[in-house]
Design a protein around this ligand. Sequence first.
Ligand code: BGC
Ligand code: ZN
Length: 370
Amino acid sequence: MARTARAAIDEVSALAVYPGNPHSVHLTSIPLAAPGPHEAVVKVRQVGICGTDREIIEGKFGTPPPGSQELILGHEVFGVVEAVGSEVGNLSPGDYVSATVRRPDDCAFCQAGQPDMCQSLGYVERGIIGLHGFMAERIVDRVENLVPVPAAIASTAVLLEPLSVVEKAVRQADLIQRRMAAWQPKTAVVLGAGPIGILGTFLLRSRGLEVYTLARTPAPTPNASLVTACGAHYVSTTKTPFRELAGSLPNIDIIIEATGFGPLAFDAMDLLGNNGVLVWLSIIGGDDRSPLPYSSILRGHVLGNKVTVGSVNSSKEDFTLGVADLAKFEVLWPGLIETMITHRLELEEAAEAGIGHVIPGSVKTVIDFG
Ligand code: BGC
Ligand code: ZN
């Protein structure tokens, strides 16, 4: 689709990196284009920082838009519509929104409306690959990429994007398990207690499953408190290895893996219960030489009709499910979700701090634009 360059209506401050150059976080300013007929200008309120951002900051990931040296960071956004293009009917100034991250290429899967299922991997992602992100005072996007947010969940809506990743994971599990006439999962294991693991714990708990969330660090930690506050069990793998825990649990029906630690991701294949589903969400770097229990994994998957599936990104549908679930979480555990947001930085503070490391004691750090 050819896009004609439109006149800039403003100049906005933003946080950028030079991809490939470790710790090159800096303030920049970019022209803000006037919204096209199907676009909206969004005044950004909050942008979350995640592990992917940290990888980009470390110079391991990320691509600038064509013709640019810098990439504006940020793909977890909450903001308020400021202006809309002439053809926009479903959003008005003052509406709260979040935004999806990935934009399609021309592969059949993207063209069928599922860029999160892109086959050719030629997609672009805002703030990650080939497109500027949302860590800017104002952003412009097509309204089809914006997700309306009710005022009731405004204080937690910056968590919608990471929640949507988990919504997709659980939706994949449900879709796959429709092959089982008696699929009624009862026991879940979540590997990892970072924001994705915690949101996965909330989601599975909200559906009434017994949830065991595993992480290395022994309690007490803010992460462990969030896990137990929603009625899940927090298990430190330094005290109770996953294999030992699995031996004491009923059939593990679903595992969500969000650690980025290879040996645990593959232990999960081995420890998944019969008729169970394992969703891998993390990309693993590092040691590829650890021996695997090949025959046990193979026998288990065949005789137990098990499935292991990878899942990335999320669709607009997953954001919409996330909107409903954030409201549901609030009813189940009033005030809990917002306590995930442990640190709020202004744009200038974030630029100075460099944001390339996890702030000690932080669960989710957000940039607050006020
Ligand atoms: C984002 C996803 C994205 C993935 C890979 C994650 O941090 O939440 O939307 O697809 O990174 O780039
Ligand atoms: Zn992310």
